[in-house]
Design a protein around this ligand. Structure first.
Ligand SMILES: N[C@@H](CCC(=O)N[C@@H](CS)C(=O)NCC(=O)O)C(=O)O
Length: 211
């Protein structure tokens, strides 16, 4: 059995949507980050990183969104959630790793600057850069989407696990001070994703009242 530890509105939403798309049997454990669930001993015994997402499997625990997303795609080949051709698969991984290592980290400087400095002025200074950094990241993503021709999806061909991942991080733009309308292709992708039944189911399970 697969169990996803997830928290509403966080990066773990991408893995949750991918599981909904996959047709696999799974359950979710909602983790209350504001309440410190992720720092409780029972959570840390499962995932010492103290973060979501974490996916428990019969073979052990998986962490890191790009790894979980690729695993879900590999486990459910019939759902066709990742390209099979090696170069296309590597390109999807490059996109997902950019979201994890650059876009997510840019966002986190606003929410959790204490990860990088104890100095209040340095924290404020880092937080002040979030809007511009997110805008720069999404300008790059928008340019990438522009090269997709008629495709509705991030990788330019079929839907893949890159789509719920982009959808999830696009959802952070407003709180980071960026109007998604600055990026028409990102906005159209977000709206398209919002209509997918798997996305609606995942958000309902999170208890989100609106998208
Ligand atoms: N590199 C990890 C990052 C995971 C992460 O930072 N998750 C956040 C939510 S978006 C979290 O659990 N934060 C809780 C905390 O920092 O205490 C990934 O991509 O999955």
């Amino acid at each position: 059995m697969l169990t996803l530890y997830t928290a509403p509105g966080t990066c773990s939403r991408a893995s949750h949507i991918a599981l909904e798309e996959s047709g696999l049997d799974f359950e979710i454990r909602l983790t209350d980050l504001a309440n410190g669930d992720q720092r409780r001993p029972e959570f840390l015994a499962m995932n010492p990183k103290g973060r979501v997402p974490a996916l428990t499997t019969d073979q052990g625990v998986l962490t890191e969104s790009p790894a979980i997303l690729a695993y879900i795609a590999a486990l459910a080949p019939k759902a066709m959630l990742a390209p099979v051709e090696p170069f296309a698969f590597a390109r999807m991984q490059a996109f997902n790793l950019y979201l994890a290592s650059t876009v997510h980290v840019a966002h986190a400087h606003g929410r959790r600057p204490s990860r990088w400095s104890d100095d209040a002025a340095a924290q404020a200074s880092m937080a002040a850069k979030v809007t511009q950094n997110m805008r720069d990241c999404f300008a790059l993503i928008e340019d990438g989407l522009a090269q997709n021709g008629d495709s509705d999806w991030v990788m330019g061909g079929a839907y893949s696990v890159a789509d719920p991942y982009l959808f999830t991080l696009s959802g952070w733009l407003e709180s980071d001070g960026v109007d998604m309308a600055e990026f028409p292709r990102v906005l159209a992708h977000y709206e398209r994703m919002s209509r997918r039944p798997a996305v609606v189911r995942a958000l309902q399970a999170e208890g989100a009242t609106s998208i």
